[in-house]
Design a binder for this molecule. Structure first.
Ligand code: NAD
Length: 489
């Protein structure tokens, strides 16, 4: 077992700007807490606007040389970084568990998932291609080529500290872009550790710059307004994403937005109930319910509601709440006390409107921010829990009678990130692929994320895709060159 304080001692708590680890220009720091104990894990530098500007300028200066490196050399750096992250799997996992709260086994899973973006984009780096063709008149030949878009600003949330960083950094540097990354102030340690690994893998100074800050709004605004910036990639809430898109309009920046979700999980009467229960537990309670892909509304065929609810409730009863480092813990703390209060308010609204509380529904006294995993049934239409992203371990069941009603309920949200559908009827499944309004769909599975997939949403869940061959396109721009055909008359 790795010693926590030794591991924390290995993390450089500075800002990484132009290959140098620095304190903030005004000496500010921010404290990173363990959500399971409330204790301070480490104090790290908190960037000022001046530091943010230094970071984008470093990315700008590094861009011309980096964009001219060979795809193979960029691929090899990414591949070395993948090997190093896997070598340090236990360190990355422990770090995520203590700064974010997820159980250690889930943190190990995130290391596999997060590292895979480094390997995947090391493979994609050498596969960027364009096309060649004739214009219809035959007077010229067209060359269509792809070029890195330029310096990029990456803003990540706290819920998947490694995967959200690698899902943006890896395609950006594979494409030949340089970046400034701003991790969430609640969980900067994993990104700092990743930056150390990237340096070790041979990444030149200025290609990846890291700025932790407790002044997200001002520092981000200054970077977004900087004329050198060409790309903004954000993962977080829809409200913040909308604000950033407005700011990005000034510089007509390319944007990728991975925003909030309100995933429906639909269980039809013909579903394999064992598979649906397993899928439900995975889609709901992974990451303590704090995933944009978390199932938010369990839309269940009326004849199955009783058995489905009983079975998930029995499984929830067996869950162990505690600090993610402890043996057997399956539910860690929520990220902070505010998150507990917000989740409890959704439960209170639902029960006030007539929902039945099957289990849970209470906070566990501190110091950590723990909430008992919860199951609610018979959610009344109009309840807040159907409209808002829960972002906590609360499974809410709504009955339906017909397929049309199920689809209508599932699509009755401004979000469109992912949907889960459990059915054994092929014709029905084919209809649902056409009718569900989401960028991703899990058919008889409660987990869709993987590095080869184009992750992203429809409607207010976002713009652009991360992962897959699509992921690198977000960091490329197209140039078309017409060469005159010397033989055209
Ligand atoms: P958030 O929007 O509060 O914060 C996300 C990041 O933006 C953080 O780094 C934060 O410091 C920064 N930020 C906040 N306000 C800002 C501003 N005005 N200007 C610049 N930066 C600002 O979200 P969160 O609470 O950290 O994360 C949870 C949200 O993220 C949920 O809505 C979840 O669905 C979403 N999420 C989406 C995906 C996806 O891929 N679609 C993945 C993970 C999380």
């Amino acid at each position: 077992m790795i010693n926590e304080s030794e591991l924390l001692g290995q993390i450089n708590g500075g800002l990484l700007i132009n290959g140098e680890w620095r304190a903030a220009s005004d000496g500010s720091t921010l404290k990173v807490h363990d959500p399971a104990t409330g204790e301070v894990l480490k104090e790290v530098a908190s960037a000022s606007v001046e530091d943010g500007l230094a970071a984008i300028e470093a990315a700008d200066q590094a861009f011309p040389a980096w964009s001219m490196t060979s795809p193979r050399s960029r691929a090899e750096i990414l591949r070395r970084a993948f090997d190093l992250v896997i070598e340090r799997r236990d360190q990355f996992a422990l770090l995520m568990t203590i700064e974010m709260g997820k159980p250690l086994s889930e943190a190990q899973g995130e290391v596999t998932y997060g590292a895979e973006f480094l390997r995947w984009f090391s493979e994609e780096a050498v596969r960027v291609s364009g096309r060649y063709g004739s214009n219809p008149e035959g007077t010229g030949r067209m060359i269509v080529s792809k070029h890195p878009v330029g310096p990029a600003f990456l803003i990540t949330p706290w819920n998947f500290p490694l995967a959200m960083a690698t899902r943006k950094i890896a395609p950006a540097i594979a494409a030949g872009c340089t970046v400034v990354i701003k991790p969430a102030a609640l969980t900067p340690l994993t990104t700092l550790y990743l930056a150390q690994v990237l340096e070790e893998a041979g990444l030149p100074a200025g290609v990846v710059n890291v700025i932790n800050t407790s002044h997200s709004v001002d520092v981000s605004a200054a970077i977004i307004d900087h004329p050198a910036l060409r790309k903004l990639s954000f993962t977080g809430s829809t409200a913040v994403g909308q604000q950033l898109m407005r700011q990005a309009a000034n510089g007509v920046l390319r944007t990728s937005m991975e925003l909030g979700g309100n995933a429906p999980f639909v269980v039809f009467e013909d579903a394999d109930l064992d598979a649906a229960v397993e899928g439900a537990l995975q889609a709901k309670f992974r990451n303590i319910g704090q995933a944009c892909t978390a199932a938010n509304r369990f839309i269940v065929a009326r004849p199955l509601v009783g058995e489905f609810t009983e079975r998930v409730t029995a499984r929830v009863k067996e869950m162990h709440v505690g600090r993610g480092t402890e043996e057997g813990v399956t539910i860690g703390p929520l990220i902070d006390h505010r998150a507990v209060e917000k989740t409890l308010a959704l439960v209170a609204d639902a029960t006030a409107r007539g929902a039945e509380l099957k289990i849970g529904g209470v906070a566990i006294p501190g110091p950590g921010s723990f909430l008992e995993p919860t199951v609610l049934t018979d959610i009344a239409p109009g309840s807040d829990i159907l409209r808002e992203e829960i972002f906590g371990p609360v499974l809410a069941v709504v009955p339906f009678d017909t397929e049309d009603e199920a689809v209508h309920l599932a699509n009755a949200t401004e979000y469109g990130l992912v949907s889960y559908v459990f059915t054994q009827d092929l014709a029905r499944a084919q209809r649902l692929v056409e009718t569900m309004q989401t960028g991703m769909m899990g058919l008889n599975t409660g987990l869709v994320s993987n590095a080869a997939a184009p992750f992203g949403g429809w409607k207010m869940s976002g713009l652009g895709r991360e992962g897959g061959p699509e992921g690198i396109e977000e960091y490329l721009q197209t140039k078309y060159t017409l060469t005159a055909n010397p033989f055209a008359s």
